[in-house]
Write a protein that binds this ligand. Structure first.
Ligand SMILES: Nc1nc2c(c(=O)[nH]1)N[C@H]1C(S)=C(S)[C@@H](COP(=O)(O)O)O[C@H]1N2
Ligand SMILES: [Mo]
Length: 531
């Protein structure tokens, strides 16, 4: 049998593992980032019009399927070559697999509204492919692994591999070459596992594919009242977080291994528990209600001082207080336990959902239906509380109850049962490591104290006095506010510190505390070197 046959098989088995891990990871981590799908989409975007026309002429409406089959054929052929290459000129076969992964990562990251984990499926696929390839090539039967060396005992050209190298390889890897039958079992097993993962991953994504299609077709109703963002809210400084955080950049935190795929037509919200009147609300009923736009900054209790687990969005939704009024909570109830379709729960003080703040059932985020990973079709947004006690995504139930009668997901894991957002501030610019020169330097960032408001922000240089920063405008106290401080920088190393003061006179706590159990405290600082 030809020398290349088994190594080529190793390459093919490895690429099947590559594809399988890619699909499975896409299903679990980053819906819509399957390496196949994103590379296909990239090719469609890059294809010149004549190629598109030709494809449609040839394959009609099956042009997309044809494209995927085409990608698969090219992938298999190149992978077979990579297997042969790896047997003869390692690590060039692995390099080809890394390149597969690189193309997948690039294609995923350049998609419009790519999630932050978009790179993961292709990256994990590449790792799995390379590991499989190395594993299989090391187990190649000796006779097959050999390079074309003519005649034993002849000196080999440097860099060429010969039979003896097998022993080295075996020692290093702790794996020894197998006989042909054993090798075929390994390669076949790897391919079978890969194929299973691919089919499983593809099937797991079926729900999210269907929901993605439904989501794209949704046209949300116009709000009865729109949010208007004052021109002065956006300082528009390079490196400063924008006032409104684009959906693709919005942090994502949840316990969902796979993003729940919820069909709006199957969705309903049940309000029950200590209420006079149980209320059930369907998607259609919700969309028929007068929906309002509001701007609210959402923050995670796990956000470290200076961290990025915070974002500000324009939400479209309906006040929860109105729905609670229909249900009529009993007089002794003090908490609403919201529950998502995947079992996550949050405990929100009843009075917070009944006062005049914009505690809403949200259906829209920054002008589009909620992205799947941000709770499509419906989530809660409550100004002033950390997400873990208020911002239930894929919400399906509001149970009116008492703090002494029920507890929520994170409370059962050591976090506080209540989670008001702590007054805090962050330095965005200068970025760490940014090169600065003496003279005027802009220091800027954001500060927040949701539902209370930020009164002032001060900046301290080294151990100098606290100096007032300028605050930008904001829609309301429920959002963060940008600030800037114009610093006359002198050469040398300096430490910049920021401290916010709330509208209630509270000064940001400078004592450092970790995030458990109810949010971090401390001041954000930046060490800079002025040249
Ligand atoms: N269903 C569900 N909703 C959830 C969570 C979750 O794990 N599951 N996490 C909460 C936490 S801890 C936060 S900080 C916010 C984050 O919302 P985001 O991912 O849209 O930024 O969602 C909240 N809602
Ligand atoms: Mo969170």
């Amino acid at each position: 049998m030809a020398r290349w046959w088994l190594p080529a098989g190793a390459g093919v088995a490895s690429v099947i593992v590559f594809a399988g891990v890619g699909e499975l990871a896409a299903a679990l981590l980053a819906s819509a980032s399957s390496p196949f799908a994103v590379v296909g989409s990239l090719l469609i975007d890059l294809a010149p019009p004549w190629a598109k026309d030709a494809a449609i002429a040839l394959f009609g409406t099956n042009d997309k399927a044809a494209l995927l089959v085409g990608i698969a054929i090219v992938l298999l052929a190149v992978a077979a070559g990579a297997g042969v290459l790896e047997a003869r000129r390692p690590p060039w076969g692995q390099v080809i697999f890394w390149a597969f992964g690189g193309v997948g990562v690039l294609a995923a990251m350049t998609r419009a509204n790519a999630s932050m984990l978009a790179f993961a499926p292709a990256a994990l696929a590449a790792i799995a492919g390379v590991v499989t390839l190395r594993l299989l090539i090391r187990r190649l039967p000796r006779s097959e692994a050999a390079t074309p060396v003519s005649g034993a005992g002849l000196p080999r050209a440097s860099g060429e591999r010969g039979v003896d190298d097998d022993d080295e390889r075996a020692d290093a890897a702790g794996a020894s070459p197998l006989d042909r039958r054993g090798f075929l079992l390994w390669a076949g097993g790897a391919a079978a596992i890969g194929a299973l993962a691919a089919v499983g991953g593809y099937a797991l994504q079926a729900g999210s594919r269907a929901v993605t299609a439904v989501r794209q077709a949704i046209r949300l109703p116009d709000p009865v009242s729109s949010a208007s963002i004052p021109a002065g809210a956006e300082l528009d400084l390079d490196g400063l977080s924008t006032y409104v955080t684009p959906n693709a950049q919005f942090y994502r935190i949840d316990t969902a291994l796979a993003v729940p795929a919820v069909e709006p037509d199957d969705w309903s919200l049940r309000i029950h528990g200590d209420v006079e009147q149980e209320v059930v609300l369907t998607w259609k009923e919700l969309l028929d209600l007068p929906l309002e736009e509001s701007v609210t900054t959402l923050a995670c209790v796990s956000n470290e001082v200076g961290g990025g687990l915070i974002g500000n969005a324009v939400w479209l939704g309906y006040p929860i207080r109105e729905l609670l009024a229909r249900a009529v909570p009993s007089a002794d109830a003090d908490m609403v336990l919201s529950r998502s379709i995947d079992g996550f729960t949050a405990s929100t003080p009843l009075e917070v959902l009944q006062d005049d703040r914009n505690a809403i059932l949200a259906v829209g985020m920054n002008g589009e239906p909620l992205p799947a990973e941000h709770g499509f079709p419906v989530r809660m947004v409550v100004p002033g509380l950390y997400g873990y006690v208020s911002a239930t995504k894929w919400v399906t139930e509001l149970e009116v109850t008492r703090f002494d009668a029920a507890s929520a997901y994170w409370t059962d894991r050591g976090w506080s049962e209540r989670g008001p957002v702590k007054l805090s501030s962050r330095i965005d610019v200068p970025r760490s490591g940014q090169s600065l020169s003496a003279g005027p330097v802009v220091v800027a960032g954001v500060a927040w104290h949701q539902h209370v408001g930020v009164e002032a922000v001060d900046v301290q240089v080294d151990d100098g006095p606290w100096q007032p920063a300028t605050l930008a405008a904001a829609v309301s106290d429920d959002t963060w506010v940008q600030w800037r401080f114009d610093w006359d920088a002198t050469s040398g190393g300096h430490t910049l510190r920021v401290r916010a003061t709330g509208a209630d006179g509270e000064v940001q706590v400078s004592k450092q505390q970790g995030v458990v159990p109810d949010g971090a405290t401390g001041l954000d600082s930046r060490d800079v070197n002025v040249g």
